[in-house]
Design a protein around this ligand. Structure first.
Ligand code: SAM
Length: 338
């Protein structure tokens, strides 16, 4: 392990960001994420114990990873997630621990996670209408998420980012309302273009609300009808979101757009994804992965580093998602680690 080491892929992209799935289980089953028949889950015994996740992150940090985002599945369904955060916090070179959650259990976990060392928080919020929310999440309870957001704000998370997957005919009419909701509370709304995961089984051609359509839906909130690009301020993290604000507002009414489909950002991709069972995915848009659990269990750190370099060498120039719903992985997001 070299101080100042960097991971560089064949496209000369520097990789300093690792998404770590802590479970492939989720208490929600969002229609755009999980196919109607459900996604195969690995036996619970195959999930990496926290100590092994921390051992892998330590090796990644030694190779140049600076930021980790805990995800899933739903990370907060994994018992005692703060214990993992405390292990990660001790890792030299790791500068930031972030979390993505659906917020359902956040009322219980926001304060302990913040105390443990999570500094950035993204919460999924696809609708402010309890019925739509329930349908879209296949059983989710909006009231729990709103209580979770309150708890997160009270726990001191700033800024809290809201992630909305924007889908035509489902929640596209709520873009402005979600912005208003977020701004009133000091949150930053972000809209994600829907990707055709799971061999397109979660996706309908024509349903993806494009980045341009998202921006137009927010622009109506500005008195002049204009938005301008913005640096994102404190909301800017290690991810691919582009930030904008209403042209005529001070303080900034800011929002983010994550546009893997119509304005994709593969050329600046800086990330790898570790699945809950230790498979390292170099690209969300492809099924191929390199196993790290086997090498880790040999006890030889060089075996793990070699496997990481192998995954990196195979990192594709870009995903091949198509707007009609083909070209993506057979796996669902929960299986790779969103
Ligand atoms: N359960 C956590 C959450 O809700 O943030 C973490 C995992 S979830 C898979 C991570 C993010 O991926 C969420 O914001 C979710 O909305 C998004 N997502 C899932 N499937 C997607 C898809 N097909 N297209 C775009 N975003 C998707």
């Amino acid at each position: 392990m070299t101080a100042g080491a960097t991971l560089v892929d064949p496209q000369a992209r520097v990789i300093d960001y690792l998404r770590v799935s802590v479970t492939d289980r989720c208490n929600y089953h969002c229609t755009y994420c999980v196919p109607p028949e459900g996604a195969d889950r690995r036996p619970r015994a195959e999930l990496l114990p926290f100590e092994e996740i921390a051992a892998l992150v330590r090796l990644f940090a030694g190779l140049g990873v600076r930021r980790v985002r805990l995800t899933g599945g739903e990370p907060t369904v994994r018992p005692d997630l703060p214990a993992l955060v405390r292990l990660l916090r001790e890792i030299p070179g790791l500068e930031e621990i972030a979390l993505s959650t659906n917020g359902h259990l956040l009322e219980r976990w926001a304060a302990p996670l913040r105390a443990a060392g999570v500094v950035r928080l993204n919460v999924s919020l696809d609708s402010l209408d309890p019925e739509v929310f329930h349908r879209l999440t296949r059983g989710g309870d909006l009231a729990h998420v709103l209580a979770g957001l309150d708890a997160a704000a009270t726990a001191g998370f700033r800024p809290i980012k809201l992630n909305t997957v924007a889908i035509k005919g489902v929640n596209d009419g709520e873009v402005a309302a979600i912005c208003r909701f977020a701004w009133e509370r000091g949150f930053v709304p972000r809209f994600i273009e829907e990707m055709p995961m799971a061999a397109g089984r979660t996706y309908q051609a024509g349903s993806c609300l494009s980045a341009a359509e998202i921006r137009a839906a927010v622009a109506v909130l500005d008195p002049s009808g204009r938005i301008v690009e913005d640096d994102g301020g404190a909301a800017r993290g290690g991810g691919p979101a582009r930030y904008f604000r209403l042209a005529g507002t001070a303080p900034a009414r800011r929002f983010g757009v994550i546009s893997p489909m119509t304005e994709h950002f593969c050329a600046s991709c800086n990330r790898l994804r570790l699945s809950a069972t230790g498979a390292l995915h170099a690209c969300l848009g492809h099924d191929d992965a390199v196993d790290l659990r086997g090498p880790l269990r040999t006890g030889d750190p060089e075996a793990v580093r070699a496997a990481i370099r192998r995954a990196l060498a195979g990192k594709r120039p870009g995903h091949t998602f198509d707007l009609v719903g083909i070209g993506g992985p057979r796996k669902a997001m929960v299986q790779i680690g969103g």
